[in-house]
Design a protein around this ligand. Structure first.
Ligand code: FE2
Length: 109
């Protein structure tokens, strides 16, 4: 049950967060750092990472749905590797946003 609800939540949750960042946070950041090409490159990269992470999350969703519906786990190491990959990507992405993007628009943890 937890597996299925998690599987069904990951992609919509990421999409909502990404839409908010791309509609509100990134434009505010780009305005704050106007004239700096390096910082515009940062938001281009962050937007591309959003797409990659949503694709990656989609693959994780398929696996979790299969497990949640009772399919046997044939290669648990591969699943663990995939989950760690997604989590690591997300952690790195969020750390960059917290350290570099949010302070520029007046949001500090
Ligand atoms: Fe983001």
């Amino acid at each position: 049950m937890i597996c299925l609800s998690t599987a069904n939540s990951i992609v919509p949750l990421l999409r909502n967060i990404h839409q908010y960042e791309e509609a509100i946070i990134f434009p505010a950041y780009e305005e704050a750092v106007v004239g700096s090409e390096a910082n515009l490159a940062s938001t281009r990269r962050l937007r591309a990472e959003h797409v990659e992470d949503e694709c990656f999350a989609g693959e994780v969703t398929e696996i979790l749905l299969a497990i949640g519906h009772g399919e046997a786990v044939e290669n648990p190491e591969a699943i663990g590797f995939m989950l760690r990959g997604l989590f690591e990507n997300l952690r790195r992405h969020i750390a960059f946003e917290r350290e570099h993007v949010l302070p520029m628009i007046g949001i500090v943890d």
